[in-house]
Design a protein around this ligand. Sequence first.
Ligand SMILES: NC(=O)c1ccc[n+]([C@@H]2O[C@H](COP(=O)([O-])OP(=O)(O)OC[C@H]3O[C@@H](n4cnc5c(N)ncnc54)[C@H](OP(=O)(O)O)[C@@H]3O)[C@@H](O)[C@H]2O)c1
Length: 250
Amino acid sequence: MHRRRIVIIGATSALAERCARLWLEQGPAELVLVGRDLEKTGRVAMDLRVRSPQSSVSERTVDFQDPAAIGALVASLCAAAPVDVALIAHGLLPDQSACQADLGLCREALLVNGVSPALFAEAFAGHMERAGGGTLALIGSVAGDRGRKTNYVYGAGKGLLTRYAQGLQHRLAGTGVSVVLILPGPTATPMTAHLKGKGGPPLADADAVARTMVDAIEKRRPLCYAPGKWALVMLILRHLPRCIFNRLNI
Ligand SMILES: NC(=O)c1ccc[n+]([C@@H]2O[C@H](COP(=O)([O-])OP(=O)(O)OC[C@H]3O[C@@H](n4cnc5c(N)ncnc54)[C@H](OP(=O)(O)O)[C@@H]3O)[C@@H](O)[C@H]2O)c1
């Protein structure tokens, strides 16, 4: 029986880990977990092995900012056997004012949220295109839909991913390769733990968001807001006239 081959980049992310659990609930799979810390990635792998002893779960590390290392890793993963699903999940929610005061932090946030995931996506796209199939899923954010004063550094990195996914979708149309762009709204994970009870929008449940993500990936939907209500919220926000938008403290 063909076991699906799923590669997760940023596999220690809470959302990615929940997606992995959902995939293993569907049946045995071959999972490759890619993280920046072998010990942490190993802990996620160990838990998944217990949940699905029939699955094969392996872990790899890579320098997430090194284009040559990313290219080599993705080439070696795709050479072993075709990859059915690649989920690119890593990201970093920086403090906006700290980024304004420190260009080093600003650069780091732009690289981790935008450039690094785009490099992984580019690497997978070429191999999947040659293989004639596969699903490439990227986690962007609703924050990438319109720049706002309270988080435009993060939003700009995520906005880069949105444009990149659109370009890949255009390029790969009709090839058998699907590109799925997932835009979560604020969700309760370690990334947002410091926002709990601070008066912002309520945080969505991570399991529910992961279910929406996996469903979109299975259905190869080009765009998925998670939870779905954010599609309408962001439609309104994107089209809000500047004279009204500029008065909002968001
Ligand atoms: N939670 C939300 O509200 C929300 C909303 C919209 C979009 N998202 C996006 O969803 C994705 C998953 O986030 P999450 O909520 O699951 O958060 P999370 O549990 O905090 O996971 C963040 C992931 O990013 C990795 N990461 C952090 N800094 C990194 C760096 N400098 N270089 C490479 N990897 C780095 C982390 O690796 P380590 O474990 O090694 O630190 C971890 O795998 C991210 O892309 C995030 O931007 C989340």
